[in-house]
Design a protein around this ligand. Structure first.
Ligand SMILES: NC(=O)c1ccc[n+]([C@@H]2O[C@H](COP(=O)([O-])OP(=O)(O)OC[C@H]3O[C@@H](n4cnc5c(N)ncnc54)[C@H](OP(=O)(O)O)[C@@H]3O)[C@@H](O)[C@H]2O)c1
Length: 273
């Protein structure tokens, strides 16, 4: 893997030696610590909620967010490494119920590689998974709810069926209501605050596209880590954000680009007005 952006200043002296081993622009294996340093959460989030919401998504060259309903065919070993590393930095992973059902989500695991870093920040050994769902049509007997290291959070709206709420709680989930509207939907703008109130401020959303579209248009998405896979899939799969049109296109600035085996690992941060 090598860094394509930002590049160090070009040497003006032709006798300058080539980049040393460990230089980020050289094509080489990156250690997990080095990757984690490159993706560290900001110390002081911009939002008044105190939370910072980062998204991690993968897209094909032609914009598909999945192939035949799964994102794995678009991924690579390095993409999965970055996916795992981003989890290793997060307090909570926010995910839509559609992705939980399609991808068979399991609890996040504790990884030795991140234990010192997490302990120093006062984080539990693994991030909590926070599932956004209105219907609560979730399998509460699954390991996601019965075997997590940190209780799974279920974020739902005001009109969630009481028997489903009771089933979630009986399985050990923490149920949070975010959204008072009659639609019964979650007000996604309230999600970062709701999670910050549980002590989770380093947030990572893994989508899916319908949830990400709402975060983006609600103006609460601080960062997008977008992996561009060197693949064409055609078909009619959704893009990484599939939902209501933003009133105005929201501008992000490029923070970094890494490249590995033709995959581009981009990181864009929101520009605040
Ligand atoms: N390329 C990638 O990086 C990536 C990442 C993730 C997923 N994917 C792919 O995307 C597909 C699934 O995505 P998706 O867009 O259909 O699903 P999604 O965004 O993960 O989930 C949609 C579901 O989330 C819940 N939800 C979303 N917004 C809500 C709100 N405001 N209030 C209450 N509940 C809300 C609803 O659950 P209920 O129906 O339970 O109410 C809704 O049906 C899969 O094929 C997956 O493989 C790709």
């Amino acid at each position: 893997m090598r860094r394509l952006f930002p590049l160090p200043a070009l040497p003006t002296d032709p006798s300058t030696p080539p980049p040393a081993a460990g230089d980020p622009v050289r094509d080489r294996e990156w250690g997990l610590d080095e990757l984690a340093d490159a993706y560290a959460y900001p110390e002081r989030p911009h939002s008044a909620s105190g939370a910072y919401l980062r998204a991690n998504m993968v897209s094909s060259l032609d914009g598909a967010a999945h192939h035949d309903g799964r994102s794995k065919p678009l991924s690579s070993e390095t993409d999965m490494r970055i996916f795992g590393m981003l989890r290793g930095l997060a307090d909570a992973v926010v995910v839509g119920a559609g992705t939980v059902r399609k991808e068979g989500y399991r609890p996040a695991r504790a990884r030795e590689a991140f234990s010192t870093r997490r302990a120093a920040l006062g984080q539990p050994p693994a991030p909590a998974i926070a599932v956004v769902s209105a219907s609560l049509e979730l399998d509460f007997s699954a390991p996601l709810f019965t075997e997590p290291l940190v209780p799974t959070v279920v974020i739902t709206g005001a009109r969630a069926a009481e028997d489903r709420v009771a089933a979630a709680k009986a399985a050990g989930a923490q149920v949070v209501r975010a959204g008072a509207g009659p639609s019964g939907r979650v007000d996604v703008a309230a999600v970062p605050t709701a999670l910050a109130e549980l002590g989770y401020t380093r947030l990572l959303t893994e989508g899916g596209p319908r949830l990400l579209a709402q975060f983006a248009t609600a103006g609460v998405l601080d960062e997008l880590c977008l992996a561009v896979a060197p693949l064409m899939v055609a078909g009619d799969a959704a893009r990484i954000a599939n939902g209501p049109l933003a009133a105005e296109p929201e501008r992000f600035s490029l923070a970094s680009v890494l490249e590995d085996a033709g995959f581009l690992f981009t990181r864009y941060c929101r520009i605040y007005p």
